[in-house]
Design a protein around this ligand. Structure first.
Ligand SMILES: *[C@@H]1O[C@H](CO)[C@@H](O)[C@H](O)[C@H]1NC(C)=O
Ligand SMILES: *[C@@H]1O[C@H](CO)[C@@H](O)[C@H](O)[C@H]1NC(C)=O
Ligand SMILES: *[C@@H]1O[C@H](CO)[C@@H](O)[C@H](O)[C@H]1NC(C)=O
Ligand SMILES: *[C@@H]1O[C@H](CO)[C@@H](O)[C@H](O)[C@H]1NC(C)=O
Ligand SMILES: *[C@@H]1O[C@H](CO)[C@@H](O)[C@H](O)[C@H]1NC(C)=O
Ligand SMILES: *[C@@H]1O[C@H](CO)[C@@H](O)[C@H](O)[C@H]1NC(C)=O
Ligand SMILES: *[C@@H]1O[C@H](CO)[C@@H](O)[C@H](O)[C@H]1NC(C)=O
Ligand SMILES: [Zn+2]
Length: 716
């Protein structure tokens, strides 16, 4: 067959497509009719052969599930049949996307919006539940709605009064207390009080429970942001806030006039901040050089009780037990900040007046509360969205229990294994990798862990809820108070995660239709919304499953072998497991992809993109399409998709894979695009597929046509 035969022209295709459209609409109506008949009286109207098998459709082996029909709809309606697939496959597959979609962005975002609606409905219905996590999310949601109806000015004043109470608990604030004396201040005590509100940033250093199960200690990022906040605005924002705060709480507000006493206090704080900023000059390259361990840190900075700070963030019900589990996982980053011989934190703390330290810590606290007060206002815009992003695991549980087919987890889990196998096959067949490098790559792929949906441990009834026991919110609490309570709770949960008692970090991203790879844990994660309609359904033909989520799985596995991922080993540790020749050859091949993207003529941005910033995603895409195609090759006799009965499944595979990236035209600027780590949607289809021989073969693209260039870039 010549390429010409394959090239659809608007004239020839107009008619058949119209018929297909009618068949589609007709089949949908039939399906609905059948469902209605079935539900009303199945015995009176047994499914007649004519009804269940529309005679316009010849092929018997067709998937007719509603999900397949939706998929058929996307294949049909998003395509632009006036475009030659060998010229511009992205346009051919996605050209009409804009005419069919109101949600901005790709179908990934649409899936998120749908789940958001489902949880919103659930929250609005407010049916009784015994689930702790659900109760928590509902309290939060109800309180948000209640707070929304309040007079904003009055609510803000109420928050100012609560803030006053909270500050009393943190410690005495010299700037606002004429009777303040040095004996009122104890650095560690004030920090304990800050920690008991869930704060992990102490202005001087920060504690962070991380995704790779560590608690890291590093110079406070506040020292930068806080500096700008307090001082770059010429004190104005802070002074204005404090003046109002003083008025609401019947305190002396005169001090906060721009030329009054507070300004002297602020000058002291500014000097202190400047000095710790100077010391902690962030050098990202130093970030992972852990040259001191936790015990050493404690010796270097005896003024600060680091152990006490971590302990005060732990769930009090199991403090000692949890501490034992996490104490070995504490790491210190940017050690120069703590360990420098000439200028170090201990010296600065010793020489800074207590008054300055007390002012600084309370200012840091106030700043975080100002942000929280802002959050109250922002949450009002969409209370369900706020509840979900604040308690994502609780929201996920609602979706899983009410709207998700758990069978999908097993199918997707098997797919991970199949794609992993394809990846290994690709490595084995590579004609340039040394045997030694192959063995190492295969070991890394074999040892890659996976989390499909959520950890098995959370499947046990009540398992997730047991982690919500300590989240106590009274209906009498203000919304501001609830936000604080949840913040503290989130920190406790994150430490539970580091202690390995909770197997999943509470993160909003798990609620997104997405998948991810964590290089430091060599862990592949597939989120629940991603293994669901429209990306995945158990009724889909296997080639459709493999083209949509199989390709993304391959992509995520591929991140373990992109230009950064390849520098880490099977345990996520930095180690060079490449022979020097292989390393050089890999770089040469990656260069080919970088140049390809830098010279790519994108429909939205022209030839102005930068392959260096997107290389890792491009490499992952190349691996993704290669591994999923391999898997697809073994499939025979799979059901057809309505309207595509006579369409070659090899072709269909690429059409289905392209659907993931269909997107409206970009509306953001080139300079914003240049900061993205992902290539443009058009490149993810055209650039990537044009490197793939099987694409050119499936579509019979003439050598030298845009989708079958003579020069192709291959990775392995
Ligand atoms: C999916 O995750 C990647 C990185 O983890 C992120 O860049 C991307 O925006 C996410 N996509 C969606 C639709 O959430
Ligand atoms: C809100 O309360 C303030 C002070 O009590 C009052 O001046 C203002 O008019 C109220 N605003 C509305 C919209 O009711
Ligand atoms: C300061 O001390 C005086 C005398 O003991 C007392 O009257 C006053 O209320 C105190 N002020 C504050 C702000 O605590
Ligand atoms: C220690 O501090 C001094 C002065 O700030 C600086 O010049 C030097 O580079 C620092 N040394 C280290 C190892 O961070
Ligand atoms: C809430 O406040 C009301 C009225 O002040 C009080 O009667 C009730 O006991 C409070 N409920 C809780 C749970 O604190
Ligand atoms: C592309 O990005 C890299 C870093 O990501 C940068 O060093 C390089 O200057 C950029 N190239 C162009 C042409 O802007
Ligand atoms: C997969 O990669 C191998 C080696 O680079 C290449 O020969 C093959 O054509 C690729 N297949 C696809 C579908 O990209
Ligand atoms: Zn990626």
């Amino acid at each position: 067959m010549s390429a010409k035969d394959d090239k659809p022209t608007p004239h020839h295709n107009y008619h058949p497509i119209k018929i297909l459209g009618i068949v589609l609409v007709w089949t949908v109506s039939l399906y609905i009719a059948l469902v209605i008949i079935k539900n009303y009286d199945a015995d009176l109207h047994p499914k007649s052969p004519e009804f269940s098998r529309p005679h316009l459709v010849k092929n018997e082996n067709i998937c007719k599930s509603p999900e397949c029909i939706t998929l058929a709809h996307q294949l049909h309606n998003w395509q632009d049949i006036s475009v030659d697939p060998c010229q511009d496959f992205y346009q051919a597959a996605c050209g009409k996307y804009n005419e069919q979609n109101t949600v901005e962005g790709p179908r990934f975002l649409k899936a998120f919006e749908i789940n958001l609606n489902l949880v919103t409905e659930h929250l609005e219905k407010n049916l009784p539940t015994t689930s702790k996590s659900e109760q928590a999310m509902r309290s939060y949601f109800q309180k948000c709605k209640e707070s929304k109806t309040k007079n904003a000015t009055e609510e803000k004043d109420e928050m100012m009064r609560e803030l006053y109470q909270n500050i009393q608990k943190i410690g005495s604030f010299p700037m606002m207390n004429k009777n303040w004396t040095e004996s009122d201040f104890d650095l560690n005590e004030m920090m304990v009080n800050m920690a008991s509100t869930g704060k992990t940033d102490f202005g001087i250093f920060e504690l962070e429970p991380t995704e790779d199960s560590q608690i890291i200690i590093y110079p406070s990022t506040y020292s930068h942001a806080a500096y700008n906040f307090f001082f770059n605005s010429g004190n104005k924002i802070f002074l204005k806030f404090m003046k109002h705060y003083a008025e609401v709480n019947n305190l002396d507000s005169k001090d906060f006039e721009p030329d009054q006493k507070a300004v002297t206090d602020l000058a002291g704080v500014e000097k202190f901040l400047a000095s710790i900023r100077e010391m902690g000059k962030f050098q990202i390259s130093d970030f992972f050089d852990e040259t001191i361990d936790f015990e050493e840190l404690q010796e270097l900075v005896p003024s600060l009780d680091f152990e006490g700070r971590i302990k005060s963030l732990i769930n009090p019900a199991k403090k000692e037990e949890t501490w034992k589990k996490v104490m070995g996982k504490v790491r210190v980053h940017i050690p120069g900040y703590f360990a420098n011989q000439t200028s170090n934190l201990e010296t600065i703390l010793k020489t800074t007046p207590k008054r300055v330290l007390a002012n600084y810590l309370i200012m840091i606290y106030i700043r975080s509360e100002i942000l929280k007060i802002k959050k109250v206002g922002e949450s009002h815009v969409h209370c369900a969205r706020a509840a979900i992003s604040t308690l994502p695991l609780a929201a996920l549980r609602v979706i899983v229990r009410n709207h998700f087919d758990k069978e999908n987890i097993d199918i997707a889990s098997k797919m991970v294994e199949e794609v992993r196998q394809s990846f290994i096959e690709m490595i084995q067949e590579s004609d340039w990798l040394n045997e030694e490098t192959k063995r190492n790559a295969i070991r890394k792929a074999t040892m890659m862990r996976k989390m499909v949906g959520y950890p098995k441990e959370l499947e046990v009834p009540g398992a997730l809820d047991s982690f919500f026991e300590t989240l106590v919110m009274s209906p009498n609490d203000s919304f501001y108070k609830m936000i604080s309570t949840v913040e503290k709770f989130e920190t406790e949960q994150a430490i539970d995660f580091v202690a390995s008692s909770l197997q999943m970090l509470s993160k909003k991203v798990y609620f997104e239709a997405n998948a991810s790879y964590s290089p430091w844990r060599n862990l592949l994660t597939l989120n629940i919304p991603f293994i669901d309609d429209p990306f995945f359904d158990s009724t889909y033909p296997d080639y459709a499953k493999i083209a949509s989520i199989g390709e993304v799985l391959g992509h995520e596995i591929g991140h373990g072998f992109d230009t950064d991922g390849r520098k880490l080993d099977e345990n996520g540790k930095k180690r060079n497991w490449w022979t020097p020749e292989d390393s050089a050859e890999y770089d040469r091949r990656a260069r080919c992809l970088v140049d390809q993207y830098s010279n790519y003529d994108d429909p939205d941005f022209g030839k102005r993109l930068n392959g260096s910033t997107t290389i890792d995603e491009i490499a992952a895409d190349i691996i993704g399409i290669n591994t999923s195609w391999r898997k697809k090759l073994n499939l025979v006799n799979e059901p057809k998709i309505i309207g595509f009965e006579d369409y070659d499944t090899d072709k269909l595979f690429f059409r289905l894979a392209a659907l993931n990236w269909c997107k409206p035209r970009s509306t953001h600027s080139l300079s914003e695009e240049l900061t993205y780590s992902h290539p443009t949607s058009s490149f993810r289809v055209n650039g990537i597929f044009s490197n793939t021989k099987s694409f050119a073969e499936a579509y019979n693209c003439p050598v030298g046509s845009p989708m079958n260039p003579v020069k192709k870039c291959e990775l392995f």
